[in-house]
Ligand binder design. Structure first.
Ligand SMILES: C[S@@+](CC[C@H](N)C(=O)[O-])C[C@H]1O[C@@H](n2cnc3c(N)ncnc32)[C@H](O)[C@@H]1O
Length: 294
């Protein structure tokens, strides 16, 4: 399939995490009636609009784990399995263990954003995918000059219409960060909030954000964390966007290729905040193809 976003996102994520996702889904799917291994893949794809397409091995392992632990009653891989009372209890436990406030993390992320920004007098900050300008206005309030861009003309119009006492510090522009990167514009800090999971090619957009960084500049990206907490807290359940976000393993894989150093990946509730700096020696390689093939 051309757009297998899920498997791209988790390409570099360790399998145990994937299997925990699957256990959660599997138990939930089984609560609707007997389930067979042969139809499980299609069932998961249906429930997630095609975003969740685990490998055969991961599926089989999650299924076997549920049977071994007595969460599913099954008499063989070919037979449909039923959820047991223990499986029902485990499903409830998983949910509870990973329940988080889906919005509480934004406050923490905002504090970390400011902790990782250079001083306001070091130059204009780039807010990529500003939407209606939420982050740009928070930055302006703290004294930053901001170039706030978005590909969506309507979002930028709405952003411009918002009343804001610090609007003179913000330049709202309709622009794609990939074009801005090609124009040679460089910033001491580039931030984005809930953008990468929306992109068809997040690695390409991320590469462009890195190209927009001046030497030693700071990159700060907030997005969903593609983890079970995101799923349970509701971010994944409604839209499954959580699966399209880059996982920690993806970031660690991409960082050296994009000329980033000092990467820190923090999970905050259903979100993840990534901070890194532009390496002063290595130029980012703008090569989405390399990401796909490697
Ligand atoms: C979910 S919204 C987030 C808005 C805002 N940052 C916030 O946190 O409220 C993601 C935005 O990213 C924008 N976007 C996606 N790809 C982009 C790109 N290549 N360059 C600029 N903006 C982009 C979309 O148009 C959308 O408005």
């Amino acid at each position: 399939m051309e757009q297998n976003i899920y498997s791209m996102s988790i390409k570099h994520q360790p399998s145990p995490e994937i299997r925990e996702f699957l256990t959660c889904y599997l138990l939930e799917a089984a609560s609707d009636g007997p389930l067979s291994l042969s139809t499980l893949a299609a069932e998961l794809a249906r429930r997630t609009n095609g975003d969740l397409q685990p490998s055969e091995d991961d599926l089989r392992a999650a299924w076997a784990r549920c049977c071994e632990r007595g969460w599913l009653a099954c008499s063989g891989e070919a037979e449909p399995a039923r959820l047991t009372p223990e499986g029902k209890a485990e499903s409830a436990r998983l949910r509870e263990a990973h329940r988080t406030d889906p919005h509480g993390h934004v406050e923490q992320a905002t504090e970390l954003l400011f902790a990782n920004l250079p001083a306001p007098d070091e130059g204009e900050v780039l807010d990529v995918g500003t939407g209606e300008g939420r982050v740009a206005r928070a930055l302006a309030e703290r004294g930053y000059q901001v170039l706030a861009i978005d590909v969506d003309e309507e979002a930028i119009s709405r952003a411009r219409e918002q009343e804001d006492p610090h609007s003179d510090r913000i330049r709202f522009q309709v622009a794609d960060v990939r074009d801005l990167a090609r124009s040679g514009a460089r910033f001491p800090a580039v931030c984005s909030s809930y953008v990468l999971h929306e992109c068809d090619d997040p690695a390409e957009v991320l590469a462009a954000m890195c190209e927009c960084l001046a030497e030693d500049g700071s990159l700060i990206s907030l997005d969903f964390a593609p983890n079970l907490a995101a799923y349970v807290s509701g971010a994944g359940r409604s839209t499954f966007h959580a699966f399209r976000a880059l996982a920690e393993g993806d970031w660690r894989h991409l960082a050296p290729r994009l000329g980033l150093k000092g990467l820190e990946y923090r999970v905050l509730g259903c979100g993840s905040l990534v901070t890194a700096r532009r390496n002063s020696t290595a130029a980012p390689r703008h090569s989405p193809k390399e990401r796909r093939d490697s």
